[in-house]
Structures are given as structure tokens and as C-alpha cells.
Design a protein around this ligand. Structure first.
Ligand SMILES: [Zn+2]
Ligand SMILES: [Zn+2]
Length: 464
């Protein structure tokens, strides 16, 4: 089992349920080599058992897992969410193997391969900082969640209600081999924790309904399932080497229910629907295609941008700012978010006598992808807001300081801190991990700020 850049399993971690668990790196590695080291195939247990169940076997090994007092902890009794955090930590430390997934950059479409768990930020788990309103928000089991319509018995339902599950209760699902075929049976419905589809609560009826559910409804249920069982904090942020965009990846990569194909083509390529038929297209892909037809082509978009700019330049009393509509790969902000627009101050004449006027650049493709993702995206309002925002950067630049730019950098730093964890950021700063944005800023804020203001050439509007 190759384990590059080996990380130790943390000795103690906080879990989403509020509990604390102790882990033994040595015991976990010994156990993993017997669970995963056994030759696969020939009807061996490993070949016929799902990945999640194998990870649970590792956690169940002698001395691997203990409670806060050191007493042995049976993983079967854990809430599923806690167990998935522990699985993520096993993969992150290379205790259990994770093959690289094949992905496509959301901004420039360049393919890349990475094993995402190695990129997980584990600080908040080891330091007990699991209180972020977004990354640590518990799933709401008390309400029904809306889904696209599906037929249940003789009625049509538009909501699903999930209940919590322990590892033991979910085991029929966790044990399923990863052969891409999922048969929805009543016991699987119970293991998934689907308590009701609309008003229907009988597992056999729910199983029949899911087996014939339209792709859109199934995909929505799978997404809700992931939300319920995996904390949002279980993500890896991969920065595209080509364009710098941030791509958020599921951790761990191996999960008990495959999401409809979106990112990990290498994994999801084997995805099949509940009838065992391939799902060649992601359900959302069709909706996206129809939405994109409503989005203006480049010429139409440019005309709207130029008209808006004319009005805004006049209203704000500015002129001679070049306006460029960029149809290429959008630039990204320092946090890796693709930009809607950006501002570059002009430069005085250089040695060759060439001067550059200030420029506002608008990124066509970011507008198009935002419009695809959000049906409520108001193209003209967003164009106006973006140009107005960039004009503000221009005026601040002329005035000699840009508080808007400072604010944007602080926002990116705060966001990074929430994911990395405050205590971890401080540790990195102390270690002088200057390549890390959070640690860097924390350690050298004033010098960094001065340098940034002094050297920055572009003030950019966030893509979101
Ligand atoms: Zn990219
Ligand atoms: Zn800005």
C-alpha cells in the first residue's frame, strides 16, 4: 500500500455527535494490512464486501478505537456520521488505501487525478472546532426535504424524510459490494434511513417507488443522503494547476451510495440506476442544457455589458476605462473562485513609451456557469452590479487606497480559517508554513497587507 507523505492518525478526535474518540495509529495500520492486505478475489471476503464495511472492520480491530476514557468503542454502535468521519481520517492518514479519482476542473475543464482524502483539513476534528454554522451544521432530521416529483403507489410525492442511522443499522447498505449495481429492497430502504416518501412510510412501497424513480428524483435523494451522513466539512479543496480554480471534492472518495456522475468520473462511471441500467447522463445535465439555451451568446452578452457600462460610467462620472469581455477561462480570486469581473489599474508609459489605460474585464463563462447553476440568476442585474463594483475599485485606486480590496482579501482569509481551523492555522504560522494562506496572514498580517497593497495590480470582484 503506497502511502506518500505519511500522516499519523490523530490520537484523539472530536466527532460530529459531540463525542470524543481515541485512535491508535499502530493498531489501525496493523489491522488495515490484514483487512486490505488479504488477496482480493477468489470469493474472498474482501471482494464481496463494500468498502465502507471494510473500513468498519479496521475500526473494529483490537485497540484501534476507544472512547475518551480509553475503553474500547464498538464502531457498530456509532452514528453513521461519526463513522464516516473516522473513515475519512483513516483514508487521510493513508491507513486505508484510496485510489486517485478522475475529475474535471469546474472552471477550465482540464482533467486531473487526485486522492482527495489526503487534502482533508483535520485540524477542526482534532481541536474540537466543529461549530461552523455551515461546515458543521447538523442535518435536519425533523422535517421532510423537497425532491423532484416521483410516483409512490398511486400518489405523487415531492418530499423525503430521513432518520438517523447507526453503523449497525446501515450495514446492509455499507456491505454492498462496489460493483455498480444497486437493487433497492425494503431492507435497503431501512438501512438508508428513508422513513417516509411523502406520506408513505411502508418500506416495500418506498422500495418500489425508488426502483422506478426518475433520475432527477433519485439524484436528489442521493444528494440528501450524503448531506445527512457526511458533514460538509468532509471536503478536499483542490486548486487546479492550470487555472487556479478551487474544486471541492468529497472525502472520502469511496462512499456507500454513488452520487449521480458529476465529478469523479472514474468512480461514478460505473454508476448504474436501481434497475441495474447505466445512467449515462447526470440528471442535472439535461436541466442545465435547457437553461444554457436561454443564456445569451457572446455577441448578445457583449451588447448587454456595453449598454450597462455606458449607463454606469455616466452615472458614476468615469470614462476611459477599457471594457473587455473575456470569453476565455475566467481568472480566479485568491480563494480560487472564478471571477465575474476584475479591474486592472492603468500603467504609465514604460521605457518604450507604451501606456496602458485602466481596464474592466468581464468573464462571460463565469456568468454562464452561474446562470446554469442558479435558475434565479438575473443576468442584467449581475452585469450591472459587477461593472459598478469594478468602477468602485477604480475610484478607490484613484483615491490611493482600496478598502474594498482589503475586505475581499479578509473574506478569503476568514473562509480559509473556517476550513483549516483556528488552532491549526496558529500552529502553521508558528511553524512558519508560509505557503499556507491562513497561516501566512495570521503570522505576518501587517507586512503582508502592506506588500499586497503595494504590489497588487488587479482588484477583482468575487465570482459569488
Ligand atoms: Zn482549471
Ligand atoms: Zn472586488
Amino acid at each position: 500500500m503506497p502511502a506518500p507523505a505519511r500522516r499519523l492518525l490523530p490520537a484523539q478526535v472530536h466527532l460530529p455527535s459531540g463525542g470524543v474518540a481515541r485512535l491508535s495509529d499502530a493498531a489501525a495500520r496493523a489491522r488495515a494490512s490484514s483487512v486490505f492486505g488479504a488477496p482480493a478475489g477468489r470469493g474472498g471476503e474482501r471482494a464481496s464486501l463494500g468498502r465502507c464495511a471494510l473500513d468498519v472492520q479496521v475500526l473494529a480491530g483490537p485497540s484501534v478505537l476507544a472512547d475518551a476514557r480509553g475503553a474500547p468503542l464498538d464502531p457498530l454502535g456509532l452514528p453513521l456520521t461519526d463513522a464516516h468521519v473516522l473513515r475519512a481520517l483513516l483514508a487521510s492518514a493513508g491507513v486505508v488505501p484510496e485510489e486517485p479519482g478522475a475529475y474535471t476542473c469546474e472552471n477550465c475543464s482540464a482533467p486531473f487525478e487526485v486522492a482527495p482524502s489526503g487534502l482533508l483539513e483535520i485540524g477542526p476534528f482534532t481541536d474540537g472546532e466543529l461549530d461552523d454554522p455551515e461546515l458543521d451544521r447538523p442535518f435536519d432530521f425533523g422535517v421532510s426535504h423537497p425532491i423532484p416529483a416521483l410516483r409512490v403507489g398511486r400518489s405523487v410525492c415531492r418530499a423525503v424524510r430521513l432518520v438517523e442511522r447507526t453503523v449497525e443499522e446501515a450495514m446492509p447498505l455499507l456491505r454492498l459490494p462496489d460493483d455498480g449495481v444497486l437493487r433497492v429492497t425494503p431492507s435497503l430502504v431501512v438501512a438508508m434511513g428513508i422513513a417516509a416518501l411523502g406520506r408513505e412510510r411502508r418500506a416495500p412501497v418506498i422500495a418500489d417507488a425508488l426502483a422506478s424513480a426518475p433520475d432527477e428524483a433519485w439524484a436528489a435523494i442521493v444528494d440528501l443522503y450524503h448531506e445527512a451522513r457526511y458533514p460538509a466539512r468532509l471536503l478536499a479543496v483542490y486548486r487546479c494547476q492550470g487555472c487556479g480554480a478551487r474544486n471541492d471534492l468529497d472525502v472520502p472518495l469511496d462512499r456507500e451510495l454513488a452520487r449521480a456522475p458529476l465529478r469523479a468520473a472514474g468512480v461514478d462511471g460505473a454508476d448504474t440506476n436501481e434497475l441495474g441500467e447505466p445512467r449515462p447522463t447526470r440528471p442535472g445535465a439535461r436541466a442545465r442544457a435547457s437553461a444554457s439555451s436561454a443564456f445569451p451568446d457572446l455577441d448578445g452578452f457583449e451588447a448587454r455589458v456595453r449598454a450597462a457600462a455606458g449607463r454606469i460610467y455616466e452615472a458614476r462620472g468615469v470614462r476611459n476605462i477599457d471594457l473587455f469581455i473575456d470569453a476565455g477561462v475566467p481568472a480566479c480570486d485568491d480563494g480560487g473562485e472564478p471571477l465575474l469581473g476584475c479591474y486592472t489599474p492603468g500603467t504609465p508609459a514604460d521605457a518604450l513609451g507604451i501606456a496602458h489605460p485602466p481596464e474592466i474585464r468581464i468573464f462571460y463563462r463565469t456568468f454562464r456557469s452561474e446562470a446554469r447553476e442558479d435558475p434565479g440568476f438575473d443576468i442584467d442585474a449581475e452585469i450591472e452590479e459587477t461593472i459598478d463594483h469594478e468602477v468602485t475599485h477604480h475610484l478607490h485606486h484613484l483615491a490611493g487606497s482600496d478598502p474594498l480590496d482589503d475586505e475581499e482579501h479578509e473574506q478569503i482569509t476568514r473562509e480559509e480559517l473556517r476550513r483549516v481551523g483556528h488552532a491549526e492555522a496558529v500552529r502553521r504560522a508558528r511553524r512558519g508554513a508560509l505557503s499556507d494562506v491562513a497561516g501566512f496572514v495570521r503570522a505576518t498580517w501587517p507586512a503582508w497587507l502592506i506588500a499586497a497593497v503595494g504590489t497588487a495590480l488587479a482588484w477583482c470582484a468575487g465570482g459569488r
